[in-house]
Each structure stands twice: as structure tokens, then as C-alpha cells.
Design a protein around this ligand. Structure first.
Ligand SMILES: Nc1ncnc2c1ncn2[C@@H]1O[C@H](COP(=O)(O)OP(=O)(O)OP(=O)(O)O)[C@@H](O)[C@H]1O
Ligand SMILES: O=P(O)(O)OC[C@H]1O[C@H](OP(=O)(O)OP(=O)(O)O)[C@H](O)[C@@H]1O
Length: 206
């Protein structure tokens, strides 16, 4: 149990959003612990700020359940998680979009969609009244459209280089994404003297 042992617990995702998230929080005045590239799971000394380094998809859960007081995560991951966390700052880094993508030769009805974002995709389809099976993949999603595993895929696009390289076409942008600061609603009240100024500073910075 880590409750009560740190002044603030932050959830940061490994990978793309880590560095930008870490520097934004540091620039906003937080005294962040150094994150060593070893097997340490909780970075930081007791009484100070702790950083939990997590897989992207796990960040909303840790914040929603209050194990972490706040965190940084992409809007795409938040949309998929469906977690009800307070999302006060758009950090404007990690900008990308979630798009519907097809092979140009695949022209029939879309009956199967492959994606790493099954909840988001199912929700969009329901809103539009489309009927299709959603296949959840763990990665390399473009391959599903190239091989014919699915009639279309929903995937992250930034420059478009990956879909161009795979010979695919971006049919439609379904959602825009960027990194967000997320905050546990109870922590916002209990640690308002730390979290309110953090939110204000981060808003000024972007
Ligand atoms: N090409 C990209 N350009 C910019 N941002 C991106 C790009 N791809 C993904 N992102 C954003 O960065 C986040 C993290 O992506 P990253 O590739 O580091 O993680 P991942 O490998 O998908 O997740 P994990 O390994 O934690 O399961 C995504 O959720 C999205 O918000
Ligand atoms: O439009 P682009 O600029 O090409 O970016 C989009 C690509 O970036 C991400 O993949 P990543 O590089 O993280 O590899 P991954 O498939 O291992 O997630 C994403 O899954 C796309 O494939």
C-alpha cells in the first residue's frame, strides 16, 4: 500500500508521452524524482513525490481509483478507458488522431473492424448505427487491413507515414488526441494546495 506515504503520487506512461509529461510537470514547479532505467517500480522518496511508470492503458485506472493522485495520458487512451477522471489540462503534446483506415481495394461493406481501441470503436459504430464486428488487436493494426483480416481498422495516425507505407487510405478522422493531465476527483479536494497551483501553471505553460 502506498497511500499516505508520499506527498503526491503521479502516474506517467512509459513510451512516447513520458518525456513530454515529465518535463511539463517539472516546468510547472514540481520537484520530481529522477527516474532510473532499472527495475524500480515506484520512483521517489517517502514524503516526497512518487512517480509510477505504467503502461498507457493502465494510467486512467490508477488515477480513477485514487492510487495515483494525477497522471498524464493520451486522450485516445482516455476515450478507450471510459474512466470518469477530471481532465483539466490539454498539454498539447503527443498530438495524433484516431482514424478509420481501409485498403483502397477493399470497397464492400465494413463488417469487421480491427483495432487497439475496441470500446471507442464500438461506441462510434453504435452512435452511427453501423453493424460490424470489432476485433481487438494488441498492435501492428495496419496489418489487419493489408492482409484482409478486417475490412477496415481504427488506428492512431500522426504524420500518415505508416498508412502510406502500408498502401492504406485514411477514410475519416474519428477523434483528435493529445496528452492530458488527469486528476483524481477526491485528491483534487484533499491535496488542493498542491494540485490547484499545478493545474494553473500547466494551463499557463501550454
Ligand atoms: N505516431 C504518434 N505520434 C504522436 N503520438 C502518438 C503516436 N502514436 C501514439 N501516440 C500517442 O502516444 C501514446 C503512447 O503511444 P506509445 O506508442 O508510446 O504507446 P503504446 O506502445 O501504444 O502503449 P503501451 O506500450 O503502453 O501499451 C498514444 O496513446 C497516443 O496518445
Ligand atoms: O502517422 P504516423 O506518423 O506514421 O504515426 C502512426 C503510427 O504510430 C504508432 O505506431 P508506433 O510507431 O508507436 O508503433 P506501434 O505499432 O508499435 O505502436 C501508430 O500505431 C501508427 O502505426
Amino acid at each position: 500500500m502506498i497511500r499516505g506515504r508520499y506527498s503526491l503520487v503521479l502516474a506517467l506512461p512509459k513510451g512516447r508521452n513520458f518525456e513530454d509529461g515529465y518535463s511539463a510537470l517539472q516546468k510547472a514547479g514540481l520537484e520530481l524524482p529522477k527516474v532510473k532505467g532499472d527495475r524500480t517500480m515506484i520512483h521517489g522518496r517517502e514524503g516526497g513525490i512518487a512517480i509510477l511508470e505504467l503502461r498507457n492503458a493502465d494510467v486512467p485506472l490508477y488515477v480513477d481509483l485514487g492510487i495515483a493522485d494525477a497522471g498524464v495520458v493520451g486522450k485516445d487512451v482516455l476515450l478507450e478507458s471510459g474512466r470518469d477522471v477530471y481532465e483539466p489540462v490539454d498539454l498539447r503534446t503527443g498530438v495524433c488522431r484516431l482514424s478509420l483506415i481501409r485498403h483502397p481495394e477493399s470497397t464492400g461493406p465494413i463488417r469487421r473492424i480491427a483495432t487497439k481501441y475496441p470500446n471507442f470503436t464500438t461506441r462510434v459504430m453504435r452512435e452511427r448505427g453501423w453493424v460490424a464486428d470489432v476485433l481487438e488487436l494488441a498492435g501492428n493494426v495496419e496489418l489487419a487491413a493489408v492482409t484482409g483480416l478486417a475490412d477496415a481498422v481504427v488506428d492512431v495516425v500522426q504524420t500518415g507515414a505508416s498508412i502510406r507505407a502500408a498502401g492504406l487510405k485514411e477514410l475519416e478522422v474519428l477523434a483528435h488526441s493529445s496528452a492530458r493531465l488527469i486528476v483524481n476527483r477526491q485528491a483534487l479536494k484533499l491535496k488542493s494546495e498542491l494540485l490547484r497551483p499545478l493545474i494553473t501553471k500547466l494551463r499557463e505553460q501550454v
